[in-house]
Design a protein around this ligand. Structure first.
Ligand code: GLU
Length: 296
């Protein structure tokens, strides 16, 4: 484990498309807050989804960051090169009897909750996993896994929460100039709101939640600065940190840039990329101001 006395920040994009202004905002805030704290900025390439991530997008990330004047401490950590680290964490959770195989597809889940309009949904809007762990025996799960059926490894959330007890995380204020001076406040974690989250799948031996927690610890990250769309996920992250005995970083969830319709910028909505802005003649200074919402 890298142990660093210096405040350590990270920017952690997924190379599944070109960066847009929302990513620039995150990266610039990380860089500014790291500089202000006299700390380090790391780059992490979150490429566990091998089907959607591409080396050319990773190259574009590096090019965009350099253009914006953002320097990071090399080397960048590429998650796809560290599947063993996530497997080790999964084994540890398994030893605590917190992980089980589920064989139901997304269609099975949707079908199961279709006639229950009040079925609870997670903070991202997906129905909570409706099939109780105890409804299938351990032997049956092992048999189906050995038979080669597709499966997801899920966290037994009720058991995990019972083991960890009540949790909170420290949330600090946002901003370039004043972040360090705002006293962090405690936010109560609510991991039960997510139900039995997926920790890994047959074809991908990890998940966003698991790898982000393992990597933040292995990289010695002390400060997580990311978009407010990930605020609710922090409940799961705090739980996994506790179960895996990992340190808890200080969090800042920054406000998101929205398009004229009020929707957060996203690759799937085709939000204008930094590359396009650059090709259309925008200067790095202009893009920095747009990304940080600087008003003259
Ligand atoms: N890879 C995530 C994203 O691109 C960010 C993860 C994080 O900062 O925790 O949205």
């Amino acid at each position: 484990m890298i142990s660093s006395a210096r405040p350590t920040f990270r920017f952690a994009p997924s190379p599944n498309g070109l960066l847009h202004l929302g990513h620039a905002r995150s990266a610039l805030l990380n860089a500014a807050m790291a500089a202000q704290a006299g700390g380090l900025l790391l780059l992490r390439i979150e490429d566990i989804d091998l089907a959607r991530c591409r080396p050319e997008y990773e190259a574009a990330i590096c090019e965009d960051l350099a253009w914006l004047g953002i320097a990071w401490e090399p080397p960048a950590r590429r998650q796809s090169e560290h599947f063993d680290d996530y497997r080790t964490a999964l084994v540890r959770l398994g030893e605590l009897d917190l992980v089980y195989e589920s064989f139901e597809s997304r269609a099975d889940i949707n079908r199961a909750v279709r006639d229950h309009p009040d079925w609870p949904r997670d903070p991202d809007g997906a129905p909570l996993f409706p099939f109780p762990r105890l409804a299938m025996s351990v032997d049956e799960r092992s048999r189906r896994r050995a038979a080669g059926e597709p499966f997801a490894l899920r966290l037994d959330m009720a058991r995990a929460v019972a083991l960890a007890g009540p949790l909170d995380w420290r949330e600090a204020g946002q901003g370039v100039g004043h972040a360090a001076s705002i006293e962090p406040r405690a936010v109560a974690a609510d991991p039960l709101a997510w139900g039995d989250v997926v920790l890994a799948r047959k074809e991908v031996p990890t998940s966003y939640h698991l790898s982000v927690v393992v990597d933040d610890a292995l990289q010695g990250v002390t400060h997580v600065v990311r978009g407010a769309d990930l605020t609710a996920a922090t409940s799961v992250h705090r739980l996994l940190q506790t179960l895996l005995d990992l340190p808890a970083p200080l969090y800042t969830h920054h406000t998101l840039l929205v398009d004229p319709q009020g929707r957060k910028l996203s690759k799937s909505l085709g939000s204008e990329s930094l590359r396009t802005l650059r090709e259309n003649g925008a200067t790095a200074q202009e893009v920095r101001r747009l990304a940080l919402d600087v008003v003259d």
